[in-house]
Ligand binder design. Structure first.
Ligand SMILES: C[S@@+](CC[C@H](N)C(=O)[O-])C[C@H]1O[C@@H](n2cnc3c(N)ncnc32)[C@H](O)[C@@H]1O
Length: 264
């Protein structure tokens, strides 16, 4: 398995550590777009974590379930109000199959990169495609690798420099596309030290993985608010679609009023 299990000490402080991601200004545009793409649902979140996105999406009336590898993250989710509305399966998103088909599968917060080999990232796409009904969408939120920001001759860069959070990423294996992110964070008045490997993945590589899984790129935006994706974009919301069966008009494309990806 190419993912590490998030342990209890990390799970217990996840929401506090990443509180900025729970800010309604950050979360609401994501939930708005996912609700729109889900139509009536059902939806499934791969790597659901503590339910940051799934719980508000469920509160909008979209039936949501989830797959999560870490029992400790799952425990945090299960302790929250209304968590019983979100069925949860402990498993690896590369292989775990939840019964039924879904109008939306989504994988956010850079978590495709937590799977640290290319074949297993390909498996995530295949598994997403297997969960989708024809016409359904697989949504991936992931950064664009920032190798251009690494100074010449160096293998690392500081990506966060606050008194409450210092973050450094090291590009350790350019062939395997393996980097590590290292964090020193002050959370609830104590120092949290966290390091993890990730496999960075290029936009075109995502498109190829989707193609291997029988999906096609429908939209790519630079943010949940629908900003155009360009060569300068540092993150992306990619929407891959499972082709609808001929004559099946039950799932319509989202009427999101923004341009499709534009490489500028
Ligand atoms: C950055 S958190 C994101 C959690 C949640 N999606 C969110 O947006 O807050 C990454 C999550 O992915 C889970 N994870 C990592 N690899 C996984 C895998 N192969 N299958 C399922 N879950 C995985 C971790 O346990 C963790 O809960």
């Amino acid at each position: 398995m190419a993912s590490i299990i998030w342990e209890r000490d990390v799970a217990e402080v996840y929401d506090a550590t990443w509180s900025a991601m729970f800010d309604p200004a950050v979360l609401n545009p994501a939930v708005d777009l996912l609700a729109e793409l889900a139509h009536q649902g059902p939806a499934i979140e791969f790597a659901i974590g503590t339910g940051r996105v799934a719980l508000p999406l469920s509160a909008r009336g979209v039936p949501v379930s989830g797959i999560e590898l870490s029992p400790h993250m799952a425990e945090q989710l299960r302790a929250k109000p209304n968590a019983d509305a979100v069925p949860l399966t402990i498993g690896d998103m590369t292989t775990t199959r939840v019964a039924g088909t879904f109008t939306l599968v989504y994988l956010v917060a850079n978590t495709i990169m937590n799977v640290t080999t290319q074949p297993e990232q390909v498996d995530v796409f295949a598994n997403a495609a297997d969960h989708l009904e024809p016409g359904g969408c697989f949504v991936v939120e992931v950064i664009v690798p920032q190798l251009r920001r690494v100074p010449p001759g160096e293998t690392a860069r500081v990506f966060e420099m606050k008194t409450s959070h210092v973050g450094i990423e090291t590009f350790d294996d350019l062939v395997g596309q393996i980097a590590w992110s290292h964090h020193w964070m002050e959370v609830q008045e104590r120092l949290v030290r966290h390091s993890a490997p990730y496999r960075y993945v290029w936009p075109s590589e995502l498109d190829l993985m989707a193609q291997l899984a029988g999906l096609r790129l429908r939209d790519r935006w630079a943010s949940w608010a629908g900003e155009p994706f360009t060569s300068e974009s540092t993150s992306q919301i990619a929407v891959f679609e499972k082709p609808a069966r001929p004559g099946n008009a039950s799932v319509q494309p989202a009427a999101f009023p923004v341009p499709r990806q534009a490489y500028i």
